[in-house]
Design a protein around this ligand. Structure first.
Ligand code: DAH
Length: 372
């Protein structure tokens, strides 16, 4: 432990040396302060009026110094007093940071780049969004671009321009949710929640001339009570290709390729006649069941996803009805095209083997984090 020496010499060099020793002792003892009790002992040792180190240097250095050295000794003693007060007050401020000799508050203001970082948990893509991205990327690789449109849509885009005439029974199949209070408007301007992504076909053809190759991912709504396979809100990915000389072969080839990319190269596709007002002819496309490999059986059990048929219905499609071109100023004698629309949630259900669509939307993190 440091003790204040008597000074034998008052030369500048001797004074410097004595001050240096004292500073080193101060710093050393400051580092050892770890508790409130330490801090009190530390303060008293250096600053106590009776026999503190400051009092001692006053008595042992300044008082006995010869006249000609008084000024110099006095200056150094004052410097030491300031330093001691400072160090003690920092210890008082709170404990000293052990390794740096800075107070904790002071250290907090500094950046210690050696500390481990704070890990912020990253969000993850929702399984339905992830599925939509996968579908979209298959078509992007074929040169398709992405279009989007409003979820609140007019009657005109959702129905009329897609060749659903006013009051036509084909509208019934759409279980539409209408926005209230629209009765005073002409029918085609009335607002509703879009029931499919097909209106974006019209919106796109209005602003782009052929050739058009687009996919349209998005949210749609229908007045379906929620159950294991229905949700009033769900997701579709729509596609549209219009150019000269596009045929049903192009439709089949494109969709067959897309299904092999999505579900594996061994799946087969099959087309069955269907009806949609905006396509003629129309078809429903089936994919051979990638769960049971098309056999309808899983070991000794029956395959549930394909209802033992070996086929899963995946999407609606067809050649764009020439009437639709009339709504967008395309010349049906010059261009032809195909369109398709699929339910992204249903595909996600099949891909991940989920048995209730509600899991996707009720926000239970225990379910969702399995896809992170
Ligand atoms: N919009 C249809 C629906 O939601 C699905 C559909 C069928 C879209 C055929 C198409 C298509 O583009 O060509 O029921």
């Amino acid at each position: 432990m440091y003790t204040v020496p008597k000074l034998k010499s008052y030369t500048a060099a001797a004074l410097d040396k004595a001050v240096e020793k004292l500073r080193a002792a101060l710093s050393e003892e400051a580092k050892a302060v770890e508790s409130e009790a330490d801090r009190k002992v530390f303060r008293d040792r250096w600053m106590a009026r009776k026999n503190g180190v400051l009092t001692q240097i006053n008595d042992l250095w300044l008082k006995p110094s010869p006249k000609e050295a008084k000024r110099e000794v006095g200056r150094r003693v004052n410097e030491i007093r300031t330093l001691v007060e400072d160090v003690v007050s920092k210890a008082e401020n709170f404990q000293l940071h052990l390794s740096t000799g800075r107070s904790i508050k002071e250290s907090a203001d500094r950046l210690d780049i050696t500390l481990p970082g704070i890990r912020r948990p990253l969000g993850a893509e929702h399984p339905v969004i992830k599925t939509m991205h996968e579908i979209v990327s298959v078509f992007r690789n074929l040169g398709y671009s992405v279009q989007e449109g409003p979820v609140i849509e007019t009657d005109y885009y959702n129905f009329e321009a897609l060749n659903f005439p006013p009051n036509h029974p084909a509208r019934d199949s759409q279980d539409t949710l209408f926005i209230a209070g629209q009765e005073s408007k002409p029918q085609r301007e009335r607002l509703l929640l879009r029931t499919h992504t097909s209106p974006v076909q019209i919106r796109t053809m209005q602003k782009m001339k052929p050739p058009v190759r687009i996919v349209i991912p998005g949210k749609v709504h229908r007045n379906d009570p929620p159950d294991a396979s229905h949700s009033p809100m769900f997701h579709q990915v729509e596609g549209l290709a219009v150019d000269t000389n596009i045929t049903f072969c192009d439709l089949k080839g494109t969709l067959d390729h897309a299904m092999k990319s999505l579900f594996g190269s061994s799946v087969k596709t099959s087309f069955r006649p269907s009806f949609f007002p905006f396509t003629e002819p129309s078809a429903e496309m089936m994919v051979s069941c990638f769960i049971c490999g098309g056999s309808g059986k899983r070991g000794t059990e029956l395959c549930r996803p394909c209802k033992q048929t070996g086929w899963i219905e995946i999407l609606g499609c067809g050649m764009v009805d020439p009437n639709v071109y009339g709504f967008v100023d395309y010349d049906p004698r010059k261009v032809s095209g195909f369109a398709f629309g699929m339910g992204a949630d249903r595909i996600a259900i099949l891909k991940y083997g989920v048995d209730d669509i509600q899991f996707f939307f009720n926000g239970d993190v225990r379910f969702l984090e399995q896809f992170a």
